[in-house]
Design a protein around this ligand. Sequence first.
Ligand code: ZN
Length: 404
Amino acid sequence: MANERRYYADSYTTHFDAHVIETTHYNGLPAVVLDQTYFYPTSGGQPHDTGVLNDTPVSEVAVREDDGAVVHMLEGELAVERVTGQINWARRLDHMQHHTGQHILSQAFIQVARAHTIGFHMSPDSITIDLDQANLEAGVVDAAEDLANRVVNENRPVRAWFPTPEELATLQLRKVPDVDGTLRVVDIGGFDTNACGGTHVAHTGEIGIIKVLRVERRGEALRVEFRCGTRALQDYRTKNNLLQQLSAELTTSYHDIPTSLNRLRDENKSLNRELRVLRKAMLEHEVQAMWKAADHSGASALVAQVFDGRDAGEVRGLVQQLIEHPSTVVICAIAGEKAHLITARSDDLPYDMVVALKRGLAVWGIERGGGRPSFAQGGGTPASLDDAQKAIEAAIAAIRSTES
Ligand SMILES: [Zn+2]
């Protein structure tokens, strides 16, 4: 029994009746074959249609390899003899706009730069063609885009048909496909003629607009990403909203956003420079204050200080500067969620600061830490200001015990 692909002759019918001629399973899903269908199966780089048969959603449509039947895969079993099919028109129109737009854009790149299309990809996220020239001169993409949109604005008729072998021999196809059997040819008002099995709009004006979004070099090829019609409008809307948001944030017109950003970047750089200078001065000042407050009563000076939630790297910097003084022991603890203990001394003293560290960390009930005899650190567990003070005292006691 016939398995007619009605979409070849008519891309616009979305509602139709049909007989079920086979109920089967395909790719693990319940599936049916109909005597005629307007559902487009995945082929030629164009994704399949979606929709319903009666009330059952059609999740995928494919051409069966062994007999060429169009198989409608379903979200549920469908045991009936007759069905009413309804195709998702928004998705179909999107494919029609892009497929027709692709023919025009491919021809435009040939006419503007002799750049031939060697690949085509269409998915919900992106639509691209690959050109056989990786380096196009400046302005070529805009020129091809202008030409393509001129063809859209001229609202040329689009014709798809199966020519006889005699007629086919007289046609100048953009690219001759190496397939056996009858070829379907799509002619776009004399601008482009090519073999294609996809669905297309009837007049180029229905494409609305063809917009190139970006080009990207891919080895010896150039990938051109573009949008047509409704998807181009959505893309424009998203980008326009984003620009308006940025304009409002920067209190400037969208033309001046790059200037504003450059100014912000420069300001940020000089502020960072200033901040580094000030922080350095502040830390030097702090080192002096800590040194003054040290216990100078013993043979060696002792600097002991608790910090509340301070950056460990910054405290390490303070400690390193302090132990540059001869005969100096420095013990610092940072209280907080990840408490930290540092035990250090100048090179001229004999104490093992790892032993002092371990004694201090034992107060917090942990052993995570170590270092050199002159500089050790550890921590990582929560500790209060009180606990931090206790750890310092335990570390000092460890040093005192080696003195006596
Ligand atoms: Zn096509």
